[in-house]
Design a protein around this ligand. Structure first.
Ligand code: PRP
Length: 194
C-alpha cells in the first residue's frame, strides 16, 4: 500500500492507475440518490426493503441506508455473474436467496454496485416479481451501459462510467481492493500478469 498526499481522497494504492470517483464525489452522489428515493417513497404505508446484492454492494448499501430518511428494512442476496477474471460469464447463480413471508407487502429496492451486461438485475427483477414482491425497483452506484447484453435501465443510478476495469468501494478484482474508499481504475498489468 502506497500512501501519497494527505487527505482522504488522495490515499492511493500502488495497483491503482488513477482515482475515477473520489470519496467526496461518491458522498455527493449517494446524498443525491437518497433524496430521490426519499421523494419517491415518502408517504407510502408499505415496507421499503433495501436488498443488498453481496458482496460488491455492501459499502454502497451501508452509506445509502444511512442517508435515506424514510423507514427501511434491509436484507441480502448473493448472486454470481462474473467468472474469476474481468469479464462476465453471463450465468446467474443464486448463492444466498431471500426468504421472507411478507414479500407481498414489500416495495423492494435492489441495491447494486455496478451494472455491466445487465443480466444480474434483469434476472433479479423478474425473479423477485415472480416471488410476489409488491414492487421491485433498482439502484446502482455505477453503470456501464456500453457493456449491455440485455435491455435494462436502473430506476436510480449514481454515475455512468466508460468500459474501464474499476475497483474499490466494494468492487473487487479476485476479491482484492473492495475496502478502498474510492472507485479507482486498476493498472492493466495487475490483471494481465495474473
Ligand atoms: C458484479 C456486480 C453485479 C454484477 C453486474 O457482481 O456486483 O452484481 O456483477 O454484472 P452484470 O450486469 O453483467 O450482471 P459479481 O458477480 O462480480 O460479485 P461480487 O459483487 O460478489 O463481486
Amino acid at each position: 500500500m502506497t500512501r501519497t498526499l494527505p487527505g482522504r481522497d488522495t490515499v492511493m494504492h500502488s495497483d491503482i492507475e488513477r482515482v475515477l470517483i473520489s470519496e467526496t464525489e461518491i458522498d455527493e452522489i449517494i446524498t443525491r440518490i437518497a433524496k430521490e428515493i426519499d421523494r419517491d417513497y415518502s408517504g407510502s404505508d408499505r415496507k421499503l426493503l433495501l436488498l443488498c446484492i453481496l458482496k460488491g454492494s455492501v459499502v454502497f448499501m451501508g452509506e445509502l441506508m444511512k442517508k435515506i430518511t424514510v423507514p427501511v428494512e434491509i436484507d441480502f442476496m448473493k448472486v454470481s455473474s462474473y467468472g474469476a477474471g474481468t469479464s462476465s460469464s453471463g450465468n446467474i447463480n443464486i448463492m444466498l436467496d431471500l426468504y421472507r413471508r411478507d414479500l407481498d407487502s414489500c416495495d423492494i429496492l435492489i441495491v447494486e454496485d455496478i451494472i455491466d451486461s445487465g443480466r444480474t438485475l434483469s434476472y433479479l427483477v423478474n425473479y423477485l416479481t415472480l416471488k410476489g414482491a409488491k414492487s421491485v425497483r433498482t439502484v446502482t452506484l455505477l453503470d456501464k451501459p456500453s457493456r449491455r447484453e440485455v435491455d435494462f435501465q436502473p430506476d436510480y443510478h449514481g454515475m455512468i462510467i466508460p468500459d474501464l476495469f474499476v475497483v474499490g468501494y466494494g468492487l473487487d478484482y479476485n476479491e482484492k481492493y473492495r475496502a478502498l474508499p474510492f472507485v479507482g481504475i486498476l493498472k492493466p498489468e495487475v490483471y494481465t500478469h495474473n
